[in-house]
Design a protein around this ligand. Structure first.
Ligand SMILES: C[S@@+](CC[C@H](N)C(=O)[O-])C[C@H]1O[C@@H](n2cnc3c(N)ncnc32)[C@H](O)[C@@H]1O
Length: 271
């Protein structure tokens, strides 16, 4: 499949024969950067879970509200977004730079197809700056040493680390150490904004989703609220704490979602 703006990086195998979390997510969001294997998983998830598309949209929309609040209320001007996903307007830098055009954003993802589309993430204002780094959350030393990070972020100043809809692809053992390491590398006044899937709200639905993804070789790790709160240990939690994402500072759209979305989210500040 070729589409405008799609460039396959040299010597990168996109493994389009297999479903991939970023592309299944893109399909659930109604995007076009996906392949038959991804659509097959997405279709099965939507057949099993009516409303899956609306829930996925709500799971992304909280990123908009978190970034807006971080920039507007907390004065954050630098963002490190890991597990960025396939570009979907508005992207994080567009939201932050609408508050202050001088905002700077580094995007990180480990999926070659996100890399192939990363040009859409490099549309910074002239006052600000964005960079894309191909990297893995589990290897923070590697991506933090990328020249794109130093050229974009001043790590002596507060940074918001945004982990939106990524940690449910990792176990606690795999996710906590790198998240800690990254937070340790950031100065006081930095933030963590994180959302993560849960089975608390609708256990049967999420059990089906887990099975559908597992059939395609993708392991999901849903967490209780308490296990999501553990990511914020040692941080000052912003109000209203860790809550279902459509209850986190809802706008009219989020408030209109009658059921709770099966993901928790929160924002915490490093003192
Ligand atoms: C469900 S998408 C979320 C995209 C975006 N953050 C959002 O909420 O709209 C998850 C993204 O995390 C990426 N991802 C999964 N595991 C990762 C890892 N260990 N390191 C970096 N990126 C990862 C996937 O490639 C995918 O793009």
């Amino acid at each position: 499949m070729t589409e405008p703006g799609f460039e396959t990086p040299p010597q990168v195998d996109l493994r389009i024969d297999r479903a991939h979390s970023a592309r299944v997510y893109d399909y659930l969001l109604g995007g076009k950067t996906n392949f038959p294997a991804d659509r097959e998983v997405g279709d099965r998830v939507m057949a099993d879970l009516p409303g899956a598309r609306a829930d996925t949209t709500a799971a992304r929309a909280v990123m908009h509200r978190m970034v807006r609040r971080l920039a507007e209320v907390h004065g954050v001007r630098q963002f490190l977004d890991i597990g960025t996903g396939i570009p979907t307007a508005p992207n994080l830098h567009e939201i932050a730079q609408a508050v202050d055009p001088a905002c700077r954003v580094v995007y990180v993802d480990n999926d070659p197809i996100v890399l192939a589309h990363s040009r859409a993430l490099l549309t910074s204002t002239t006052e600000g700056r964005t960079a894309y780094v191909h990297g893995d959350l589990q290897e923070p030393e590697q991506f933090l040493a990328d020249p794109g990070v130093a050229a974009t972020l001043d790590l002596s100043q507060p940074v918001a680390l945004t982990l939106i809809n990524i940690v449910h692809f990792l176990s606690d053992e795999a996710a906590h150490p790198p998240v800690r390491k990254i937070l340790d590398a950031l100065p006081a006044g930095s933030f963590l904004a994180l959302t993560a899937g849960t089975a608390d709200v609708a256990p049967e639905r999420m059990d089906k989703a887990t099975r559908r993804y597992a059939e395609a070789g993708i392991t999901l790790h849903f967490r209780t609220r308490e296990r999501v709160e553990r990511f914020f240990a040692g941080l000052e939690l912003d109000e209203p704490g860790v809550v279902p994402v459509n209850h986190w500072h809802p706008d009219a759209d989020a408030a209109a979602t009658e059921h709770k979305v099966s993901a928790y989210g929160g924002v915490g500040r490093k003192a």
